[in-house]
Design a protein around this ligand. Structure first.
Ligand code: IPM
Ligand code: MN
Length: 456
């Protein structure tokens, strides 16, 4: 396996003690490595006390310890396995791997009885940090969590009081110690941050961008599907926005501020490494989709230094994906196509600032920013990824019940998918099609009941 392979989750472990028949103990592990690879193997173990180490990534060891003390004793009782549920069972480079023992079959012929345990869930709840934030953020997040609960997926949530309001209260934006706490979660669900009373940039840079940079959330994935105004056929495309570089890094400065001779510069930082990993992610995604078409969007005719790096990288990585057809659009032209011909797109890859602007347009084309979801991903899973609607905190409609929770619900769907809960994620997405109208909580309750019905 290559460096790129990440173990997403272990969905099934079957322990079969067949000693009577075969004089050995078998451990079959079926591991679904999320969307990157499927690993399936069966280990024959002559010894009843065994440690199985799965080598994944070529260097990260997932150690699955199922200690059976003696041939007859260790698996006598289900409780013996209970004591090693969830986190203790699986470790991925020091981080817990989601473990769900959906089907545990235990046949202990040695003791003269057979006991199948089917459908026993030993999965632990996913640990999710919830940052409701400001304005309508907490309102939409409440609905998103309501819908997730209806899907049956267990979340162990911890609220973090962060955002403009918190900053105004005690000055905390996102301290390093809070950031360290966040690192310990499986995912972060964020509503929206920003209050009119705080100067622009303080919360954006200090909280949102700090999380993106420090947690290395280098992919910002924003899907757009639906029927655009003036069209009859649906479109379905995804924007992959580089999320840790470009003009967002804050390179530059100001001289002689406030004078007629003021000088302000704001650079765009593009690294070969940063561009490559983003472009490669987009190709990998395109290769998995049915149309397999990837468009690079930039402004290579003006931003000749950065544009050249993006274009060369795109061309080089394309060689590894002969099955993916490619195209290039200047960003201004892409704005026209978003409105006039969104069907041409399948996957788009672009830099941080172009991606920011384009995805607001994508939201409008899709039928409103209230339904545009986004995922800030650390595809290497060296820390939690963060899921948030594209929209802001909309202080003007706080408390009116007008906030549309669909974007937050779809962001939660992406979170579930990333956590290995693909079925539940699909149920959430399906329930958001032809979303009901009404107040924020009415829409959430209605979608939750659709999800609950589907889960039955
Ligand atoms: C977004 C937002 C952020 C961005 C702001 C709030 C910093 O507009 O997520 O698109 O520019 O990335
Ligand atoms: Mn934006």
């Amino acid at each position: 396996m290559t460096d790129e392979v990440t173990l997403g989750c272990i969905v099934g472990v079957t322990v079969v003690d067949d000693r009577d028949d075969r004089a050995q103990t078998d451990l079959a592990l079926r591991c679904r490595c999320d969307d990157l690879c499927v690993f399936e193997d069966r280990f024959d173990l002559a010894n009843a006390t065994f440690h199985v180490a799965l080598l994944v990534l070529g260097r990260v060891v997932v150690a699955v310890f199922l200690q059976i003390s003696e041939q007859s004793r260790g698996l006598d009782l289900l409780s013996d396995l209970d004591s090693t549920t969830g986190r203790e069972v699986c470790e991925l480079g020091g981080q817990p791997v989601v473990c769900s023992l959906r089907k545990l079959v235990f046949r202990h012929a040695h003791k003269g009885y057979r006991r199948p345990y089917d459908g026993i869930s030993m999965s632990r709840a996913h640990r999710v940090a919830v940052i409701g934030g400001d304005g309508i953020g907490p309102e939409v997040v409440t609905e998103a969590l309501k819908v997730v609960a209806a899907s049956g997926v267990k979340l162990d949530t911890t609220d973090f009081d962060l955002g403009g309001a918190r900053y105004l209260r005690d000055g905390e934006i996102l301290s390093d110690s809070t950031l360290d706490q966040l690192r310990g979660f499986d995912a972060i669900l964020l509503g929206a941050v920003g209050t009119p009373d705080v100067p622009p940039g303080v919360i954006e840079r200090g909280l949102l961008l700090k999380m993106r940079f420090e947690l290395d959330l280098y992919i910002n994935q924003r899907p757009f599907s639906g029927v655009a105004p003036g069209h009859t056929a649906p479109h379905d495309f995804v924007v992959i926005r580089e999320n840790t570089e470009g003009p967002y890094v804050g390179e530059g400065g100001v001289l002689r501020k406030g004078t007629p001779f003021e000088v302000a510069t704001q650079g765009s930082v593009n690294t070969a490494h940063g561009v490559e990993r983003c472009v490669r992610y987009a190709f990998e995604l395109a290769a998995k989709r049915s149309r397999k078409h990837l468009t690079l969007v930039h402004k290579t005719n003006v931003l000749t230094f950065a544009g050249d790096l993006w274009q060369r990288t795109f061309t080089a990585v394309a060689k590894d994906f002969p099955q993916v057809s490619t195209a290039y659009n200047h960003v201004d032209a892409a704005c026209i196509y978003f409105v006039q011909d969104p069907h041409r797109y399948d996957v788009i890859v672009t830099d941080n600032l172009f991606g920011d602007i384009l995805t607001d347009l994508g939201g409008a084309v899709r039928g409103g920013i209230g339904v545009a979801s986004s995922a800030n991903l650390n595809p290497r899973r060296t820390g939690p990824s963060m899921f948030e609607p594209v929209h802001g905190s909309a202080p003007d409609i706080v408390g009116t019940g007008k906030a549309n929770p669909v974007a937050a619900i779809l962001s939660a769907a992406h979170m579930l998918e990333f956590l290995g809960e693909a079925r539940a994620a699909e149920a959430l997405r399906t329930a958001c099609v032809d979303a009901p109208r009404g107040t924020t909580s009415h829409v959430g309750t209605e979608i939750a009941s659709r999800v609950a019905k589907a889960a039955k």
